[in-house]
Write a protein that binds this ligand. Structure first.
Ligand SMILES: Nc1nc2c(ncn2[C@@H]2O[C@H](COP(=O)(O)OP(=O)(O)OP(=O)(O)O)[C@@H](O)[C@H]2O)c(=O)[nH]1
Ligand SMILES: [Mg+2]
Length: 362
């Protein structure tokens, strides 16, 4: 304090007061002992309108704790973004207690309305059941699960309509048991906002064909009827190798997403989702939210509005991204091995993304 210049001191006092107004849980002791640092105050005063979103079950408690601890340690303890946790069943008191204790910023627990989380009545259950049975017989992951299909449909067309998310523009999707390997020193939300980005990813993979057999015909149908929604300089070249005739199955892995919900709420995506939903493919096949989000962003956005987060070291199940440039890896104090990064695994679409983003540019 003694060495602060007058301007810095005034700024500090202003930020302390504005934080006290917004965050009544800050204690005098914390202020006096200086456990709230200038960096934190500076970051929180520059936060954008954003939240983490986690869709979880009560049984996911341990995995949810793991993810939140990792995120707080590597990023959010410096920024204080809020969390919204959603569930199709009421969260137990124990779940809320165990999660709330981890999060110094705001956390809200939401219940998903059954109409956003159920197989619509007009779906022919006999046809859907036959397809599920066939997928089980051919060992398609989650092929027999209606709950998984409800989840994919919810993540495709409903999460951003949840009442707790209405006040937010940006979200960062987080799943249970994911890992964050590196310090995230720059605010990714701010990066997105300041650079006119809409959708951010870390991993891109191929979808299993058995789950999306009729998805691309439904997409081309939509595109033919709505050429007005197709962006100039879009990313069709990333998801199709023949100018849109077929889908190459590349998608951004949606268990990690940092994106602008206003895109999902907008006219193009709303019409797109309604069109796809009307085909019944969430239940007659097992369409995932990842290919649907990826196709929509690739068609309705300019390619520059889709961002690859190199600096976010991240792991979901067996596949993880570790920053490859040494300077980024060192600056992030990453705990992952660059050699183990999924980016150039044969199952990764990252080489295609690189080729695509480096091509067609003067
Ligand atoms: N509330 C709730 N959440 C669910 C349900 N099924 C899946 N989820 C959540 O939806 C997200 C995706 O589900 P996962 O089971 O991880 O599906 P996935 O990522 O495709 O597959 P994995 O490779 O097994 O992780 C996770 O955040 C889950 O916690 C469900 O029935 N209820
Ligand atoms: Mg998962």
């Amino acid at each position: 304090m003694a060495i602060m210049t007058g301007t810095r001191l005034l700024r500090y006092v202003f930020m302390v007061f504005s934080l006290m107004v917004r965050k009544s849980s800050i204690s005098c002791e914390e202020l006096l002992t200086g456990s709230y640092h200038l960096e934190y105050l500076d970051n929180t005063s520059r936060r954008v309108n954003a939240t983490f979103v986690m869709l979880v079950r009560n049984s996911d408690l341990d995995g949810t704790i793991n993810s939140i601890r990792a995120l707080e340690d590597r990023f959010n303890s410096k920024f204080g973004y809020p969390y919204v946790l959603l569930n199709n069943e009421p969260f137990t008191e124990e779940f809320k207690r165990r999660i709330s204790v981890l999060i110094p910023s705001e956390v809200q627990f939401g219940f998903i309305l059954p109409e956003h989380w159920s197989q619509p009545d007009w779906i022919d259950e006999e046809k859907a059941a036959k397809s599920r049975k066939q997928m089980v017989a051919t060992n398609v992951k989650y092929g027999g699960s209606v709950a998984y299909r409800n989840m994919c449909r919810f993540n495709s067309g409903f999460f951003y309509k949840h009442e707790l998310l209405q006040k937010y523009k940006w979200y960062w999707r987080v799943e249970p048991n994911v890992k964050f390997y590196c310090d995230i020193n720059q605010d990714p939300f701010r990066y997105m906002e300041e650079n006119n980005k809409v959708y951010g990813f870390t991993i891109t993979v191929y979808e299993i064909s058995a789950t999306i057999r009729s998805l691309w015909p439904a997409v081309t149908d939509f595109v033919e009827n709505h050429p007005e929604y197709i962006a100039d300089d879009n990313a069709m070249g990333f998801i199709s190798d023949d100018s849109g005739k077929t889908y190459n199955r590349c998608h951004f892995w949606s268990n990690f997403e940092i994106a602008d919900m206003d895109f999902w709420r907008g006219e193009a995506y709303t019409a797109f989702f309604e069109h796809l939903d009307s085909k019944g493919g969430f239940y007659y096949e097992r369409w995932g939210d990842a290919p649907i989000h990826s196709i929509a962003t690739s068609l309705f956005l300019k390619r520059d509005q889709i961002h690859f987060f190199e600096e976010i070291g991240y792991q979901h199940d067996d596949w993880g991204h570790c920053p490859l440039p040494d300077d980024i890896w060192e600056k992030g104090r990453c705990s992952c091995s660059q050699k183990g990064s999924f980016d150039y695994d044969p199952s990764s679409c990252k080489p295609r993304w690189d080729r695509f983003t480096n091509s067609g540019r003067a």
